[in-house]
Design a protein around this ligand. Structure first.
Ligand SMILES: Cc1cc2nc3c(=O)[nH]c(=O)nc-3n(C[C@H](O)[C@H](O)[C@H](O)COP(=O)(O)OP(=O)(O)OC[C@H]3O[C@@H](n4cnc5c(N)ncnc54)[C@H](O)[C@@H]3O)c2cc1C
Length: 457
């Protein structure tokens, strides 16, 4: 077998692999990047980029339907799914090409297309060749989980990846799973004109959030005509002539829902089962995520795991931050740790939810005495001016230290405005200090200091 030596091997060209390859190669190392599918990984090809492109098309349709609110007249609104998909494909293609060009432009970096399997602590086999390096970085990501639902093998179902290829508007899309990915698709396809039902096992949507957030999100989606079936603990799929019957044996509502299309949005599992980790002795947990320490090193010397596959984050920005931690510690003598990262994410329904830090429940469970500030978007001038007043802003502050523990902005521009809180939390700005800044009027962010002035126990 042909053997080639490198200074570092990166498996997976997702969100951490390419920037890491860039840093390693520019520091003079010979680097191999192995990718079995599409450069750019999940986010660029089947995750963030295509979904946010579809969300934008859906938003355009939504605005077009309510233009009269703004005093504008237009004709009937039609959604051309082939054109929507073509636009999405073009944006994805350009993004992927950008990452590919960037990788190919790196000196000392070899891109190898194929499935990588570890055969030793410093050895990786790909396409019948053997690569050897003293440093191996696993950035293999994750894929949709397909839990064992009765009847699943009898009917065609869609995942978050295959739904992206639809060139028609489903008559009735049933989304199984009422969490972040499921909600984005549900609203997007509703706005394209599909009938949509969300089926969720828990007693509320996005059950990790506080109750008031779940309730407000449910309200937003229901207002658009989405049917929500929570507490659906007994989902079963059946073929029913040309349709799919989704049995939902819940306490209320019809027992069977007839779907033209079913989307399974039930979480993701790491791509670690075909990587040869058992041969090398790299530890994984029960769910298959690679166990890493604070600096993202595995239990085997010389092997690190970054991004979704280590279970320490499930977002593009967390994968990228993993790269920053590893690169700085390895190349710049840094001591960055993954626990220094403050959790943050967006749920890109419309209006979006921007979230940072702890929920109210988490803060209370951790033993904090909290003060809470809350304001409905109906009391935000910018939201009223834009005619988008759904949702609310909420900030959680530690009553003793006056530090901000978390926040949620569910409302127009909430995904952007929440960064003010993230900045304050990272710099340990107290609520009193933050409340003295002079923000720009009229913005959503300008209400953050106001809310901090009005905190209640
Ligand atoms: C529908 C959807 C929407 C999303 N929206 C957002 C969002 O809005 N914001 C956000 O922050 N995150 C979002 N995410 C999550 C985000 O896409 C992931 O967190 C991110 O892509 C993780 O990056 P990664 O580098 O860990 O892995 P990935 O991007 O998954 O990359 C891993 C790469 O490794 C390759 N690979 C795997 N095994 C091997 C092997 N053995 N040999 C060679 N190559 C291999 C894979 O082909 C893949 O290209 C979304 C995800 C989905 C599914």
């Amino acid at each position: 077998m042909k053997t080639e030596k490198f200074d570092a091997i990166v498996i997976g060209a997702g969100q951490a692999g390419p920037p890491l390859a860039g840093r390693l190669s520019s520091s003079g190392m010979r680097v191999a990047v192995i990718e079995r599918k599409l450069i750019g990984g999940t986010c660029v090809n089947i995750g963030c980029t295509p979904t946010k492109t579809l969300v934008a098309s859906a938003h355009a349709a939504h605005v077009a339907r309510r233009v009269r609110v703004y005093g504008v007249e237009t004709g009937p609104v039609m959604v051309d799914m082939q054109a929507v998909k073509a636009r999405k494909d073009a944006v994805v293609r350009a993004s992927r090409q950008g990452v590919e060009d960037w990788l190919r432009g790196m000196n000392n970096c070899t891109i190898i297309r194929g499935h990588a399997k570890m055969t030793g602590a410093d050895t990786v086999d790909v396409n019948g060749s053997r690569l050897v390096a003293p440093r191996i970085f696993l950035n293999v990501g994750s894929r949709p989980a397909t839990p064992d639902i009765p009847g699943l093998s009898d009917v065609p179902v869609l995942t978050s990846s295959t739904l992206l290829d639809l060139e028609l508007v489903p008559r009735h899309l049933v989304v199984i799973g009422g969490s972040y990915v499921g909600l984005e698709f549900a609203q997007t396809f509703r706005r394209f004109g599909a009938g949509v039902t969300i089926v969720e096992k828990a007693d509320r949507l996005i059950a990790r959030e506080d109750y008031d957030i779940s309730a407000a999100v449910e309200d937003i989606l229901k207002k658009e005509g989405i049917v929500i079936r929570t507490a659906a603990e007994c989902v079963r799929l059946e073929r029913n002539s040309s349709e799919i019957a989704v049995r939902v044996d819940c306490s209320s509502g019809p027992e069977k829902i007839f779907a033209s299309h079913v989307l399974l949005a039930l979480g993701r599992r790491p791509n670690t089962d075909d990587l040869g980790l058992e041969t090398v002795g790299v530890h994984v947990n029960d769910a298959g995520f690679i166990v890493v320490d604070e600096e993202l090193a595995t239990n085997v010397k010389g092997i690190w795991a970054l991004g979704d596959c280590n279970g320490r984050g499930a977002f593009t920005h967390t994968a990228y931050n993993d790269y920053e931690i590893v690169a700085e510690n390895l190349l710049d003598g840094g001591s960055r740790r993954v626990s220094q990262r403050i959790p943050s994410y967006g749920v890109f329904i419309d209006p979006p939810l921007g979230r940072v830090g702890w929920t109210e429940r988490e803060a209370a469970a951790a033993g904090h005495r909290v003060r809470i500030g809350k304001r409905p978007m109906t009391r935000v001038a910018r939201a009223r001016e834009r005619g988008e007043t759904l949702g609310f802003m909420k900030i959680i502050v530690d009553a003793d230290s006056d530090l901000i523990l978390g926040g949620a902005i569910l409302g127009v521009s909430g995904d952007e405005a929440v960064h003010g809180l993230l900045g304050a939390m990272n710099t340990r700005l107290t609520a009193s200090e933050f409340s003295r800044i002079v923000p720009i009027h009229p913005t959503v962010s300008e209400l953050i200091p106001t809310i901090l002035h009005e905190l209640q126990p």
